[in-house]
Design a protein around this ligand. Structure first.
Ligand code: 13P
Length: 251
């Protein structure tokens, strides 16, 4: 298996003071490893704190949890791709389920954000996933394919090959209910097939990492990562404690 991408999404947790303490503890217990890529998505206010903590550790990537669909302007409270890049982020989450559900972000805005991010050398991690009622109606495949098609249309076929995808079933996020490795594999397979139709070649599509997210813990990380087609993990709650996160990062 190619090297997995193991990412922490802190959501609205850990301001600069907590982030500094977290990074001291995490970096003391996690040594650079060639066999994986580790990334952290803190709140925007903690980006520069983590960037500074990582000055001597280029092995850990930094990402922002959201950007606006415009590069600048009168959008009070928002952060833009060039600002996130300036603060040290090289990755951005797009379409994470809280953005879609809690903040009502439509599919079209995920497309704009992916395009704008790449324009400023910030790599989008496009998040897709079905709600429980959609799963119960056997609509999972339709939902993730629609979200993929809606998120990537402004990108050239070549550019699509540079994004990352996270499959996060909404019913598994923060619920303690994890997809089984087999469930995750089945949906990752659907995503891979769709990526093949969107990219210039099957080889290019095969390079795109597809992460799983949703109630990942230090106890289930290994079996999820071992599932065929699961090339990384996007971890929420279990990434907030440095010891738990180190254990997952070392999985
Ligand atoms: P949990 O790991 O807390 O379920 O969150 C997953 C997630 O939403 C990461 O983006």
């Amino acid at each position: 298996m190619r090297r997995p991408v193991i990412a922490a999404n802190w959501k609205m947790n850990h301001g600069p003071t907590e982030a500094r303490a977290f990074m001291a503890a995490f970096l003391a217990s996690y040594s650079p490893r060639q066999d994986r890529t580790v990334a952290i998505f803190p709140p925007a206010l903690s980006l520069t704190t983590i960037r500074d903590a990582l000055a001597a550790r280029r092995d850990v990537l930094l990402g922002v949890q959201n950007i606006h669909g415009a590069a600048k302007g009168a959008f009070t409270g928002e952060n833009s791709a060039p600002m996130a890049r300036d603060a040290g982020a090289t990755l951005v989450l797009v379409g994470q389920s809280a953005r879609r559900r809690v903040f009502g972000e439509p599919d079209e805005s995920t497309a704009k954000k992916c395009a704008l991010a790449l324009q400023y050398s910030v790599t989008p991690m496009l998040c897709v996933g079905e709600r429980i009622e959609q799963r119960d109606r056997h609509e999972t495949e339709d939902v993730v394919v629609r979200q993929l098609r809606a998120g990537l249309p402004l990108l050239s076929k070549k550019a699509i090959a540079s994004v990352l995808i996270a499959y996060e079933p909404v019913w598994a996020i923060g619920t303690g209910r994890t997809a089984t490795p087999a469930d995750a594999s089945a949906v990752h397979d659907v995503i891979r097939r769709e990526l093949k139709s969107l990219c210039a070649s099957s080889d290019a599509a095969a390079e795109i990492p597809i992460l799983y997210g949703g109630s990942v813990t230090r106890d289930n990380a290994k079996s999820l990562l071992a599932a065929p087609g699961v090339e990384g993990l996007l971890v929420g709650g279990a990434s907030l404690d440095a010891a738990s996160w180190s254990a997952i990062a070392c999985t």
